[in-house]
Design a protein around this ligand. Structure first.
Ligand code: ADP
Ligand code: ZN
Length: 727
């Protein structure tokens, strides 16, 4: 250290940038930092928040170092979380700085929440009493501090009444600490009486939680068997041990009903965490998780990066759901990372699903995971009867998409005053628009994709980049007026057909692009649950987890839709999605029916669903995977090269292929032009790396990237370990 240097020490700080390692900063005299401290540091011309990291700093001339500007008054990120960040960076081949960035997404939360101004009753009396003043005084009895607006609201008076009382000294200003975002859950608030198999499963989970050690349990139970009820017992056990709990859910639209159920069981709601939360709320949740005030979080995959300090259980609900995979910047699967987090933190993880992923089933059968099974629906509820409709034999009327068989059942359901659900996993009106005169097809100008017509909005929209244009009257190619035709159905078009057949039925369309966003969606879901709709037409949003008590018919408009692409998980995905969708029917004991419109009624997936023999499906699928050495029996990784020109992308991808190291247990396929060869004006090529389970995939790819061509110009390379998408 240099004699007259004002700095006494230096510390490694991980900054939220694509940095491969922490940067070194000087610690000014008198400043105290520990690994995990959140600090403000200069970075180029900016100031950013970073995390003091572990490890010794390299010897650097202290005079050349820039100093840490500030240590935030915030609990440090704990060691388990820091190891988790390093682990994910290593596994996904992402710069650790980019993983840390996911942890630092609530910048205002690094400073303590400010105390708020409140009002408290004094001994003074008002000069004269009015009805409004009386109500205020009665409400404020007991001496608790109130906010001005809170008191006005509770007393049912206008704020000016409060101001008047304050001016007379009847209330004085006091500062009150920030309120908790949620009340504390009470593990013994409303203990359920469980059925025997539910009890067995709950006991198993409770034991695992009480052991306080890492272990994964697959909670495998048909839709409506009470999985939520059962894993709530694991949550209760963790709370009893003074631990924090994280419950991951795949879909925001699901959380609302979930929060209510949680409240019924624990007397208070869990804190929510997802991208739709207002920024101020996000910050408060983040802060209160860090301080330990929040005990349970229900959230989307990004909740894995909340700064828990006493995490003792993670539940991943609908663990098979593809929404757990993030395919942006850091590519990770939250289900898998939850298991890693449990391993690092030394606590149990519960994976729940009615249709577990093949990966989890294999982990259970090979003894790496425990498995708890709930084979039957709760109480008198029976699973729906499932049948295929062979579309070759019972085709729809010209221009329609619904078979007379399905329409007939819908009519009967209406007559019984019960609800029907039609499922089609396609937003909008039609997936393709063409000109009947010249054959022109409307494609996205910057993606290799057709524009989807959204008729309610009067637009043609690209579902990959968001490009949209008005649907013209005339063909832009040949100029002919009024000869554009919509090809194929989306949910809006199915709704049109339904309305034509059942003009008096109350029909609702549900998809993620509903005007009015999540709030509207919640209202619609509630309305459906309350029986305020007769026929619901929806995308996969309606497939997940909802309880619609009066729904007794589910029709799948195109059961073959997911089977066509070259995805190795196509069969599994289709099986899961169709099982979930048809599982919406008959949840309260009424006789119910699921109908699958298909051109391939003999396809193994259709047969497995109709026979209700999930075991046979899994067995067959697992055998197939093993034979093809696909996950979980082998490993896969994708490398996606994109660039402004096709030649650049292809050239770089070929260069990478040539740079691949020699290995006996890993090989490279491609490069091939990606099925989505153009997105947002960028041309895309893919390499696929496949190999044995124990192969060093990360080392292989790292060597390939290091030896390969330098990244130049517009080229971008993205690594996707354990890819879910092959587009
Ligand atoms: P799953 O998550 O397996 O689909 P749920 O936990 O949603 O199943 O349970 C389905 C329905 O049955 C819910 O309405 C739930 O409240 C009810 N239920 C399940 N088990 C019980 C129980 N032991 N006591 C009371 N209600 C139960
Ligand atoms: Zn596009």
């Amino acid at each position: 250290m240099i004699e007259d240097s004002p700095f006494v020490a230096a510390a490694p700080v991980l900054v939220p940038m694509p940095a491969e390692r922490p940067y070194t900063y000087a610690v000014p005299a008198g400043m105290r930092v520990v690994p995990g401290s959140i600090v403000r540091v200069p970075l180029g011309p900016r100031q950013v928040a970073g995390i003091v990291w572990d490890g010794a700093v390299e010897k650097v001339d202290a005079k050349k170092l820039r100093p840490i500007e500030q240590v935030f008054d915030c609990p440090p990120i704990d060691r388990a979380m820091r190891r988790f960040v390093d682990w994910i960076a290593q596994y996904t081949l992402s710069p650790p700085g980019m993983v840390a960035r996911m942890l630092l997404r609530a910048p205002e939360a690094f400073d303590p929440e400010p105390w708020i101004e409140g009002l408290q009753r004094t001994f003074a009396k008002p000069d004269r009493m009015t009805g409004a003043r009386m109500r205020v005084l009665e409400t404020a009895e007991g001496g608790l501090a109130w906010t001005r607006s809170g008191l006005a609201h509770a007393a049912g008076v206008s704020s000016t009444v409060i101001d008047g009382l304050k001016a007379q000294g009847v209330f004085e200003t006091v500062m009150i600490p920030p309120r908790p975002v949620v009340a504390a859950p009470d593990p013994s608030y409303a203990q359920p009486s469980l059925m025997p198999d539910q009890s067995d499963a709950a006991a198993m989970l409770r034991t695992n939680v009480a052991a306080g050690a890492f272990g994964v349990t697959l909670l495998d139970g048909v839709t409506g068997s009470g999985k939520t009820e059962v894993y709530f017992e694991a949550v209760a056990a963790a709370l009893d041990r003074g631990k924090q709990v994280l419950i991951l859910l795949p879909e925001i639209a699901l959380t609302h009903a979930f929060l209510e159920r949680f409240q019924e069981r624990f007397g208070a709601k869990p804190a929510e965490w997802h991208s739709d939360l207002p920024p101020r709320m996000r910050e408060r949740v983040w802060r209160q998780v860090a301080e330990g005030g929040v005990r349970v979080v229900a959230g989307a995959r990004s909740a894995l990066f909340l700064p828990f300090r006493e995490l003792g259980l993670i539940v991943v609900d609908e663990e098979h759901d593809p929404a757990y995979k993030q395919e942006d910047r850091v590519f990770y699967n939250a289900r898998d990372m939850a298991v890693v987090r449990g391993h690092i933190g030394g606590f149990p993880v519960v994976l729940a699903s009615a249709t577990p992923s093949v990966e989890s089933r294999v982990n259970a059968s090979q003894g790496r995971y425990d498995r708890a099974v709930l084979a039957a629906r709760f109480a008198e509820a029976a699973l729906p009867d499932l049948k295929t409709i062979d579309m070759r034999r019972a085709p729809p009327a010209r221009g329609g998409f619904l078979s007379p068989v399905l329409l007939g059942r819908m009519r009967q359901t209406l007559e019984k005053k019960e609800q029907s659900l039609l499922f089609l996993n396609r937003r909008g009106y039609a997936p393709l628009t063409l000109c009947r005169v010249c054959g022109h097809r409307f494609g996205c100008p910057v993606c290799s994709a057709w524009l989807v017509e959204h008729r309610f909005r009067g637009q043609l929209v690209c579902h990959h980049c968001g490009h949209n244009e008005r649907r013209p009257e005339a063909c832009p190619e040949c100029g002919t007026l009024d000869h554009l035709v919509a090809c194929g159905p989306g949910v809006e078009r199915i709704a049109e057909e339904v309305v034509a057949h059942f003009p008096d039925a109350r029909t609702i369309v549900l998809s993620s692009d509903l005007m009015g966003g999540v709030r509207r969606l919640r209202l619609e879901l509630e309305a459906i649950a309350n029986g305020e709709a007769d026929i619901v037409i929806g995308t996969q949003l309606v497939a997940k987890g909802h309880n619609f008590p009066n729904m007794t018919l589910v029709g799948v408009v195109d059961a073959d839709l997911g089977l066509a692409n070259g995805d190795p998980r196509a069969a599994e995905r289709t099986f899961q999605l169709l099982s979930q969708v048809t599982g919406r029917a008959g949840r309260t004991g009424k006789k119910s029916l699921g109908l699958l419109q298909t051109f391939q009624p003999d396809h193994p997936v259709m047969r497995a669903i109709v026979s209700g023999d999930a075991e046979a499906f899994y067995e067959r699928e697992i055998t197939e995977r093993e034979r093809a050495a696909l996950p979980p029996f082998g490993r896969l990784a994708g490398v996606i090269v994109s660039a402004a020109t096709r030649a650049e992308a292809e050239g770089h991808a070929r260069g990478l292929r040539r740079a691949a190291p020699q290995a006996s247990d890993l090989f490279v396929l491609g490069p091939a032009e990606a099925p989505l060869s153009l997105i947002g004006g960028r041309h895309r090529f893919r390499l696929l790396i496949q190999g044995e389970r124990r192969a060093d995939m990360q080392g292989f790819i790292r060597a390939m990237l290091a030896e390969g061509p330098k990244i130049r110009g517009s080229v971008r390379v993205q690594v996707d370990i354990d890819p879910q998408s092959f587009l």
